[in-house]
Design a protein around this ligand. Structure first.
Ligand code: ATP
Ligand code: MG
Length: 300
């Protein structure tokens, strides 16, 4: 498939889930079980499309690296068992590991808590030419920290700064931070893998019943499930306030893993194809140098 055709297909798959203006966004408008026009029997076709997408991504990543001006930041947020790890693994499977870094953000360390909350993310932002993947991110600061105020208490903030406006202030700071990144050549894409509570139950049961999946089960995931409604409210508010044309949220249906992966790949392809990346052209002296090297090799 030609790259123009791939970009066109990618747009068709990614656009329905791309939120660039949060104001009107309602989580209930996106069905976690949605697969657009693709049916279950189309799965093999979707897998084939994903593999075409993975090859295309590898090509774009090479150009991103050669161009050395922009970087790509991919942020993944989701409830447990939504398939973040699998999506990252499959979609980026063709990308040169040397051009890509994955960071997982867990409960902050005491060193993290000694700084502002963006500090630990800033340290690991992608270099120019590279892809940075955040498996969870600073968005946890308006999700888990909002759902469990005990985390906020541990952040050593001056008490007068912790008011009822804190979440709106964090949204504003995050928007500004992402605009700053964009203005410095980083393309920011954010993915919320939108899983239904019912499908999470099915996946947890699978982990409990299949001995090969026992290691994936954690009782803390069960504990977080009890806060499902609070998380959904926090996610909706977060998307409403931080989806912007420069740093959109993709709310990706996550009840069907094969579909999630195709949409994530499509969104990245759509963004990279829009950058008009090209391999740098070499100048005349360099062309002379290449011709001379070729002549030497041909002689021997
Ligand atoms: P997996 O379970 O697939 O390994 P995960 O991303 O769920 O991946 P865990 O180690 O299970 O990783 O969970 C990390 C935990 O750290 C999550 O519960 C998350 O909410 C929490 N966390 C991340 N950032 C923060 C933060 N800033 N403050 C408090 N908790 C956080
Ligand atoms: Mg977990």
């Amino acid at each position: 498939m030609k790259s123009k055709e791939i970009a066109k297909q990618a747009r068709k798959l990614a656009e329905p889930f791309c939120i660039t203006k949060g104001k009107e966004f309602r989580l209930k408008d996106i069905d976690p079980n949605d697969t657009l026009w693709l049916k279950d029997e189309d799965k093999p076709k979707a897998t084939e499309a994903l593999s075409t997408g993975v090859d295309a991504l590898s090509h774009y990543q090479e150009m991103l690296y050669a161009d050395d001006k922009r970087s790509l930041l991919l942020i993944f947020q989701a409830m447990d068992a939504a398939g973040k790890d699998g999506a990252i693994k499959h979609v980026l499977s063709g990308v040169n590991p040397q051009g890509c870094d994955v960071h997982s953000f867990k409960t902050p360390t005491s060193e993290d808590l000694d700084h502002d909350y963006l500090w630990r993310s800033m340290k690991v932002l992608p270099n120019r030419g590279r892809i940075g993947i955040f498996n969870r991110s600073y968005y946890e600061e308006v999700l888990v920290v909002r759902v469990h105020p005990a985390f906020l208490e541990k952040q050593k903030l001056p008490p007068e700064l912790v008011t009822r406006h804190i979440w709106q202030e964090r949204f504003e700071d995050i928007r500004n931070f992402e605009q700053y990144l964009t203005r410095n050549g980083t393309v920011v894409l954010k993915f919320f893998l939108h899983l239904s509570k019912k499908e999470q139950k099915r996946r947890f049961m699978e982990r409990l019943e299949d001995p090969d999946k026992h290691w994936k089960f954690s009782s803390s995931d069960m504990a977080e499930r009890a806060f499902w409604d609070q998380y959904m409210e926090a996610y909706e508010d977060m998307i409403q306030h931080t989806a912007t044309p420069n740093a959109p949220w993709y709310v990706v249906p996550a009840d069907n893993k094969w579909f999630t992966r195709v949409v994530v790949a499509a969104a990245i392809i759509q963004a990279l194809s829009g950058l008009d990346l090209k391999f740098p052209k070499v100048d005349k002296p360099k062309l002379k140098e290449l011709a001379a090297a070729k002549a030497v090799l041909e002689k021997k």
